[in-house]
Ligand binder design. Structure first.
Ligand SMILES: [Fe+2]
Ligand SMILES: [Fe+2]
Length: 173
């Protein structure tokens, strides 16, 4: 698995720097959340790292924040979830494919594993300086927005809130 993982990471870094940074940040948040929830840290690190792997198949122009994209292009961008799930399945990493497939599905019945990666993903995207289409928001505003959505389990949002604080403290030290 390590070789496949390194290859995918290398591909992501060659493809798009923002994609790599986003994926690494999501992976870090997921790992701390998993640690605090008594779950498998390594699994969630990898799940975070690979949730957007389908974006390897999306043209860079569509991943670039500086352009406004049309309906058809938006469909291509949205396809990264199903493409990611398929890539992972083909590479024998099917244990991560449900997360890749469902991480943009905003419904209340998501499995816990998907919820963990999804809140970390949304938080990272909302607060990132490279945020697409909108200005980044503060950590507090992003967490408020996650509560407002009413689809995530309170434990998961609280775990995210703690994880982002831990990450900031780590950076400052
Ligand atoms: Fe995504
Ligand atoms: Fe993402």
């Amino acid at each position: 698995m390590q070789t496949t993982l390194s290859l995918l990471l290398q591909n992501m870094s060659e493809k798009n720097a923002i994609l790599l940074t986003h994926s690494l940040n999501v992976a870090k948040l997921c790992t701390i959340m998993a640690k605090n929830l008594g779950m498998d840290e390594e699994f969630y690190y990898t799940a975070g790292l690979l949730h957007d792997v389908g974006k390897l198949l999306v043209p860079n122009a569509l991943l670039d924040k500086s352009i406004t994209i049309g309906k058809e292009e938006l469909e291509i961008l949205k396809s990264h979830s199903k493409w990611g799930a398929e890539i992972l399945r083909l590479l024998g990493l099917e244990q991560f494919s449900t997360i890749a497939l469902l991480h943009h599905q905003d419904t209340a019945d998501l499995p816990l594993s998907v919820q963990i990666v999804s809140v970390a993903d949304k938080f990272e995207a909302m607060t990132s300086l490279w945020r697409q289409y909108k200005k980044p928001v503060t950590a507090k505003e992003a967490i408020d927005e996650l509560w407002r959505m009413q689809i995530f389990h309170p434990t998961v949002i609280e775990a995210l809130a703690i994880a982002q604080m831990e990450l900031i403290t780590k950076k400052e030290n």
